[in-house]
Design a protein around this ligand. Structure first.
Ligand SMILES: *[C@@H]1O[C@H](CO)[C@@H](O)[C@H](O)[C@H]1NC(C)=O
Ligand SMILES: *[C@@H]1O[C@H](CO)[C@@H](O)[C@H](O)[C@H]1NC(C)=O
Ligand SMILES: *[C@@H]1O[C@H](CO)[C@@H](O)[C@H](O)[C@H]1NC(C)=O
Length: 549
């Protein structure tokens, strides 16, 4: 059959129309049934295969030497939400600011948030990011309270900006401070709007645009390990203090139960306005929220650190207390870091709860080396300074305060300030090599080569009393390895500081003059770190924590 151009066109139209009907059906269908939260996820899964072909499988850029056992070689990005938990009854509320929203939020939307069926975005200006609406938390702020308050200059200027916010920001210098000054006013109005727009959820998770949430852990903890019922009025997070008042640090993320939010907003209609006025005299919004919860609800933050965490993979103090603990949030995450951690979550070889040590294996272990020049921010638990009064005066206050007493120092510690090489010896000397050697000899004659053991000192080795002595010594040695207090050092301007945990830190710029003395040297005692890790073993049961009372 030969088709005329018209018939062909008609057929094409018919096909397009049929496709459109199917697409509309798929689009509408899930809204009709199921829970109000479930539909978006179902919808996503339903249409995902139309957007992603079988080719969305890539080399996993995290799969580097030593990572073979940790992550998959390939990153199959075709079904990113397959292992995402069911967040029914849990709402994410993210706060940002117009000066940063476009730098930070898009990566959040591309990663964890693409699997959330619902969330709210608040800022200090109404904006639209793709198909996502950003609400102005300050829209209903009383005119009289804003009018003569210079903290609101930025709020007014932003609205006047005739081009993109970024262009206006680049032309002003004091934006970070101004954005910070404005930020504190958003917290309580945001509570009110959240309750109005999305009432009745079990849990509300409040984060900032540079907070990363580990959703699998978060949901599992809230439902199972926290031991808390959302009908209780609770406020959970990482505790900080200002002027003696405890509050949940905003950037680390915090959780408010539905019943607490309901009480605060419905039963105390004046609270938001009162705190809007109070804002002019307070430093921070997260503190004001704690004050409001205490004043009106008599609810104090329940400490849930290190689950809620203010650090990120390169600054986490790995070591005692930061190892078998699962992690729920991280802070100061830039776009690249958010994407990497998401990729790690997506390509991990296991579905065990993600513990802090897993971040060590993924992001620190592959980068470990003995030392790095022009590198810092690691070590400041214990410091060693030149005792000369003038040198003491030159040092930073915290360095002076963290010195060991002269009388408690070994000879190596007394010389540590003189050079980075000397500084490096402090950690090495914590467990002298001789002690290890002695134990090593005892250990070796035991299991490595029974034949050899029998011709050296067989009689001794097999006697039960000797074996128990050996075991006792190994136990003592393991205790010492486990209780190690020096894992790494930093040396700069004749100040040597060491650290009780191990962290990666960040680069420092090269000094302009006197490179040898002014540069930042950092180093890690790899043997001490690896011994500590060995003694810690497998973390068979994750160290979930319940919020403190
Ligand atoms: C994946 O990695 C291999 C080497 O490991 C390389 O030969 C290949 O070109 C990479 N593929 C892509 C798509 O980048
Ligand atoms: C990637 O994941 C999709 C969906 O889970 C699956 O159908 C596909 O077979 C996977 N591809 C590869 C190469 O593993
Ligand atoms: C290093 O630590 C100081 C004080 O703890 C902090 O102010 C600074 O931002 C840190 N620098 C980096 C690069 O993390």
């Amino acid at each position: 059959m030969i088709l005329t151009p018209q018939t062909r066109r008609l057929r094409l139209f018919g096909a397009i129309a049929a496709l459109a009907v199917v697409a509309a059906y798929i689009h509408i269908l899930p809204r009709w049934g199921g829970s109000p939260y479930g539909y978006a996820r179902g919808y996503y899964e339903g249409v995902a295969s139309y957007f992603h072909g079988p080719n969305s499988v890539y080399n996993n850029t995290l799969y580097t030497e030593g990572m073979e056992g940790v992550v998959d070689q390939y990153y199959n990005s075709s079904n990113p939400c397959a292992d995402f938990p069911d967040t029914d009854g849990i709402l994410l509320v993210m706060k940002t600011g117009a000066t940063e929203a476009f730098d930070r939020v898009p990566t959040q939307l591309l990663t964890t948030m693409r699997c959330l069926p619902d969330f709210l975005l608040f800022s200090d200006m109404e904006q639209q990011i793709g198909s996502y609406h950003v609400y102005d938390a300050l829209a209903e702020f009383e005119e009289s309270a804003k009018a003569h308050n210079s903290d609101f200059d930025l709020y007014r200027d932003q609205k006047e900006c005739p081009v993109s916010q970024k262009s206006c920001i680049d032309a002003r210098s004091d934006n970070t401070q101004k954005a910070w000054n404005l930020d504190r006013y958003k917290f309580l109005p945001m509570m009110e709007q959240t309750w109005r727009m999305r009432p009745g959820r079990d849990w509300y998770i409040f984060t900032e645009a540079d907070t990363y949430v580990f959703w699998a852990n978060m949901v599992q903890w809230l439902r199972k390990h926290s031991g808390i019922n959302p009908r209780e009025r609770v406020y959970l997070g990482s505790r900080s203090f200002i002027g003696g008042t405890p509050f949940a640090h905003g950037g680390s993320g915090y959780v408010i139960s539905g019943s607490l939010l309901k009480h605060l907003i419905e039963y105390h209609p004046g609270v938001v306005e009162q705190y809007n006025i109070k804002g002019a005299n307070e430093c921070c919004g997260d503190l004001m929220l704690a004050q409001a919860l205490e004043e009106y609800e008599h609810v104090k933050i329940r400490q849930s650190w290190p689950l809620f965490n203010g650090e990120k993979p390169s600054t986490l103090p790995y070591g005692p207390g930061h190892w078998c603990e699962p992690i729920l949030t991280m802070h100061h995450m830039n776009a690249e870091e958010i994407s990497s951690v998401w990729q790690f979550e997506q390509t991990r070889k296991t579905d065990r709860p993600l513990m802090i040590r897993d971040l060590y294996y993924a992001f620190m272990a592959p980068k470990m080396q003995i030392q790095r020049s022009d590198w810092d921010n690691l070590s400041d638990d214990v410091c060693y300074l030149n005792p000369d009064p003038e040198a003491q005066q030159r040092a930073e206050g915290f360095e002076r305060d963290r010195q060991k007493k002269e009388s408690e120092m070994s000879d190596i510690e007394k010389d540590a300030w003189k050079s980075w090489e000397n500084c490096a010896k402090v950690c090495e000397s914590e467990i002298p090599e001789d002690d290890e050697l002695e134990l090593g000899m005892l250990g070796r004659s035991d299991d490595d080569d029974p034949a050899k053991a029998s011709d050296t000192n067989a009689a001794e080795d097999t006697s039960p009393s000797d074996r128990s002595a050996r075991e006792a010594r190994k136990k003592t040695m393991d205790e010492r390895k486990k209780n190690r207090e020096c894992f790494q050092y930093r040396w700069h301007k004749e100040v040597c500081c060491t650290s009780k945990s191990f962290k990666l830190g960040a680069p420092k710029s090269k000094p302009e003059s006197d490179y040898k003395k002014h540069r930042w040297m950092s180093g890690w005692h790899l043997k001490g770190i690896n011994d500590w890790i060995d003694v810690m073993g497998d973390c068979k049961t994750p160290a979930w924590k319940q919020p403190e009372r």
